[in-house]
Design a protein. Structure first.
Length: 322
C-alpha cells in the first residue's frame, strides 16, 4: 500500500489535497476587528443629541427657572444647590431656639438636631418643594436631611425614624406629604436605619387660645403661621396619635422624630407625646431646618451629642405647655 503521506499536494484518488497547518505554529492572519464601541459610540452620540434636543424642546414648551435665583432651564441650578450643601454642612442642636421644648428652668425636654438654619436658599428651596414637590429639590434637600440624621445618630443602627404626619387638608391641597418624600430620599443614604410611618393626625386638634388667629379653623386646618408658643401648643395638643395596630412596631423601640422645620417645637413635642404613650423610647428629633439659630457665637458649641446620653424623653416628659 502506497504511503499516502509520501505525496505532496495530491491525494490517492488524484484530486488536489489541501495540507492542514498547526494553528499554534502558524496562526491565521488577523481579521479586521469589529469593535462594538465604534458602533455604540454613534448610538450614544445620537442618544445624547436627542436628549439635549428634548430638554431644549421642553424648556421652550414649559420654561423652568431656578426656585432660588431664577436661572433658566433648571429647577435648582448648580450654584444654588452648592449653597444649600454649604448651609447644611454643619448640623447643630436647635432645641434652645424652640421654647416648647424647654421648661422655665432651661431644662431640655427633647433634643433636636437641625441640618441647617431656615434662611436663604435652604428656606426658599424647602418652601418651593412643599408647594410643588419637585424631584430635583427633593434630592438636594433629602441629602441635607440625611446629614442631620447622621449627626444625631452616627451609627444609625437600632433606631426608627418616625415622620411627622401632614394634615388631611394639606395633603389634599398638595397631593403629597413633604416630610415623607424628604425622608424617602434621605434613607437611601442611610443604610441600616428603619422608618416607621406610625403617626396620624386626629380629627379634631386642640382649640386656639382666645385672641389667637391661625390660617385655619378647628377641624383639620394645619396653618400655624403667625402663632406664638402658647397658641401653637394649644393648636397641636391632642392632634396626633399612633395608628391602630402600629403600637407593637414602636413599643420599646428607640425612635427619632423627623420633621421639615422647627419653629416653637410644639409639633415635634406633640409627636413625642403620642409616641411616648404608645410605649416608644423617643430619643430626640431631626429637622431639615430650624427657624432660629442656636444662641452661641461658636457654631460647634451646639453640635449634636451622642444619642441617648442625656435628655431622653423617658426622663424628661413634656410639660403641660408643650
Amino acid at each position: 500500500m502506497n504511503n499516502l503521506f509520501g505525496r505532496t499536494g495530491e491525494a490517492a484518488s488524484g484530486h488536489q489535497e489541501t495540507r492542514g497547518t498547526d494553528p499554534d505554529l502558524e496562526p491565521p492572519p488577523p481579521w479586521a476587528a469589529l469593535h462594538r464601541g465604534e458602533h455604540e459610540a454613534r448610538l450614544l452620540r445620537l442618544n445624547d443629541w436627542l436628549a439635549v434636543a428634548l430638554v431644549d424642546l421642553l424648556a421652550l414648551a414649559v420654561p423652568v427657572d431656578c426656585v432660588c435665583c431664577g436661572a433658566e432651564d433648571s429647577t435648582l441650578c448648580p450654584p444654588c444647590a452648592g449653597r444649600i450643601r454649604r448651609l447644611t454642612r454643619q448640623p447643630f442642636r436647635a432645641e434652645s431656639g424652640a421654647p416648647a421644648l424647654m421648661d422655665v428652668a432651661g431644662t431640655i425636654m427633647l433634643p433636636v438636631v437641625a441640618a441647617g438654619v431656615y434662611r436663604d436658599e435652604l428656606a426658599q428651596g424647602l418652601l418651593s418643594f412643599k408647594r410643588h414637590g419637585q424631584k430635583q429639590l427633593g434630592r438636594s434637600l433629602g441629602r441635607a436631611l440625611a446629614g442631620g440624621v447622621r449627626a444625631a445618630v452616627p451609627d444609625g443602627n437600632g433606631f426608627l425614624l418616625i415622620p411627622v404626619p401632614t394634615s388631611t387638608a394639606a395633603y389634599v391641597k398638595r397631593g403629597f406629604s413633604p416630610v415623607h418624600l424628604l425622608l424617602k430620599e434621605a434613607v437611601r443614604q442611610l443604610p441600616g436605619v428603619g422608618v416607621a410611618d406610625v403617626l396620624a393626625k386626629t380629627a379634631a386638634p386642640g382649640p386656639l387660645l382666645p385672641g389667637s388667629h391661625g390660617s385655619g379653623g378647628r377641624n383639620g386646618a394645619s396653618g400655624q403661621k403667625g402663632l406664638g408658643r402658647g397658641a401653637r401648643s394649644q393648636r397641636v395638643r391632642g392632634s396626633m396619635r399612633v395608628k391602630r395596630g402600629a403600637r407593637a412596631r414602636v413599643a420599646g423601640r428607640a425612635c427619632i422624630i423627623v420633621d421639615d422645620v422647627l419653629t416653637t417645637g410644639a409639633t415635634v413635642g406633640e409627636a413625642a407625646r403620642a409616641l411616648h404613650f404608645a410605649g416608644a423610647k423617643v430619643r430626640g428629633a431631626v429637622v431639615l431646618a430650624a427657624t432660629r439659630p442656636p444662641d452661641t457665637k461658636d457654631p460647634g458649641a451646639m453640635a449634636a451629642g451622642p444619642p441617648g446620653s442625656h435628655h431622653d424623653l423617658e426622663k424628661n416628659k413634656p410639660g403641660k405647655d408643650e
